[in-house]
Design a protein. Sequence first.
Length: 284
Amino acid sequence: QDNKMARNQERAMLLLNRYWAAKKDEGKFKGKRPYLASECNDLRRAEKWRSEIIREIAKKVAQIQNPGLGEFRIRDLNDEINKLLREKGHWESRILELGGPNYKRHGPKMLDREGKEAPGSHGYKYFGAARDLPGVRELFEQEPPKPSRKTRGELAKSLDADYYGYRDDDDGILISNETEIETKARADAIEKWKEAKDTGRLDNVDADEENIYSSGPPAESLEEGEDMEIDERSKYLSHVPVPSQKDVEEMLVQRKKQELLEKYASDTLQQQSQDAKTLLGLPS
């Protein structure tokens, strides 16, 4: 608590010293305020012009509270206040560029809070009696427009690959979880199968199972000699014709000859060669 009070006293003394310094240097800075804040290169002068603008704003805010000034005078005062507020913002930015304090963040906001921004006015504020002017009162009374409902096409524009789950495996978490669950499910299935086999519930199923890889009649219907012969033949049984090494070599040579003929021989020579092979009964 003591430290907090000490900081408050230090802050008050700092503000008091800054005030007396500004009052002391007020007589030194004579002349008209620059039109552009960027034309001022002195930090003290920039702070002096900002203080002057704040005094003008406070004076005009006090004047605009009187509704008896008339509509045109109130509108002019409101425009002047908004113009001074923008100018104050320019000077605060210039003070920050010159190494001064950031008044936009830490400065007083009392004058800014006096004004009220109407919906859709883009930063333009209304002060005092200007809020009750014809056409302005309706701006504050009307409700803000409801957000329009998005169409199906607009919703589809925001969909990406994540929505369809295309990149779910990139983090590696899903694959590890699936592997763990799959291993557990497989172990449970094997355990159930072993338990059913030990209890004898799989004896009938094993007897009725058919060997889908067998290529001959059942072994029970054959004699011993025929059984050995069928087993020897079934080892080399092929369901598709498999070319030998010699057939493959002849096929490659024939293909190479055909490529050379197409590359170097003319169409007439190829036709004559084809006719000769037909007459001799040779394969083309």
